[in-house]
Design a protein around this ligand. Structure first.
Ligand code: NAD
Length: 278
């Protein structure tokens, strides 16, 4: 048996891919709760060193304390992903603390339910600023650090089923997630020469506080009558027959951070229980 540089193992002439993230330094934005906290927890379980970055510093600290094994493997940093200087400071803090940056998860995002004709200019700008511009800034700033290190790296962006199809009650959110897919493809083409891969993953319906907020908005617009009606109705088309939890996503995200995904770039991996088949 001999180890391969990419993290695989030759075993009796067969390559068994292990895809370790051990000791990789990873930033996860929006990791104070929800999907981001799940991504971070799985990475720490697999030996990565993780920066829990969130607009809400308090929840970031709570998540870091909860998932850390006590080995200094998770720290919390406050960040606003839509503010370039704030993201630059996040990366500087990461490098100061852990010495480098190997993987960047641009996961922070917001959503809003609104009938198509009622979406305002401010609604559109707010969602594009965080979900769209935030991913542009996070990708650019992480890539600059990785290029300076000369070690290559991985950038993983959170897209959505809304990055593959337009839904009438989520027009501006869909526009922002199509933007995430577009930025991922453009960055993959731009950064390949620096051995940086850029991919995204597309969750479907994940039971987080984001959906609690959407559920309330459906009722406020008079679109549903009772709590959980919106999430239940929206989930009817899930082939696997249930909504997901962050733990359903985090195996794929750790794979995308690991050496096992080294030959994948520019892709959107759907993790939606079969809602969108393209
Ligand atoms: P969530 O609302 O539970 O968590 C989002 C986190 O991002 C929060 O901790 C929040 O404080 C943080 N955040 C918001 N704005 C920020 C900013 N400007 N800078 C830094 N942090 C900020 O949401 P979630 O369900 O965990 O969603 C995470 C990502 O997954 C988002 O990009 C979302 O669009 C995407 N997504 C969610 C679902 C779902 O069904 N929940 C489905 C598809 C995609």
């Amino acid at each position: 048996m001999r180890r391969l540089t990419g993290g695989g193992i030759w075993n009796s002439g067969r390559c068994v891919v292990t895809g370790s993230v051990e000791n990789k330094v990873v930033i996860v934005t929006g990791a104070g709760r929800g999907i981001g906290a799940g991504i971070a927890a799985n990475l720490v379980e697999n030996g990565a060193k993780v920066v829990i970055a969130d607009l809400n510093e308090e929840t970031a600290r709570q998540t870091a304390a909860k998932i850390s094994t006590g080995d200094g493997d998770a720290i919390a940093v406050g960040v606003d992903v839509s503010d370039r200087q704030s993201v630059q400071e996040l990366i500087a803090r990461t490098v100061e603390h852990f010495g480098r940056l190997d993987v960047m998860f641009n996961n922070a995002g917001i959503s809003q339910t609104c009938p198509f004709l009622e979406v305002t200019d401010d609604d559109f700008d707010r969602i594009m600023r965080i979900n769209g511009r935030g991913v542009l800034i996070g990708t650019q700033e992480a890539a600059k650090q990785m290029i300076a290190q000369g070690t290559g790296g991985k950038i993983v962006n959170t897209a959505s089923i809304a990055g593959k199809q337009g839904y009438p009650l989520f027009a501006h959110y869909c526009a922002s997630k199509f933007a995430v897919v577009a930025l991922t493809q453009a960055a993959a083409r731009s950064l390949a020469e620096h051995k940086i891969t850029v991919n995204c993953f597309g969750p479907g319906v994940v039971k987080t506080e984001l959906w609690e907020q959407l559920d309330r908005e459906f009722m406020d617009h008079g679109l549903t009558a009772k709590p959980e009606q919106a999430i239940n109705e929206f989930s009817q088309s899930i082939l696997l027959g249930r909504v997901s939890l962050p733990a359903d996503i985090s195996g794929v995200t750790t794979f995308l951070a690991s050496a096992a995904s080294d030959y994948i770039t520019g892709q959107t991996i759907m993790v939606d229980g079969g809602m969108v088949l393209i």
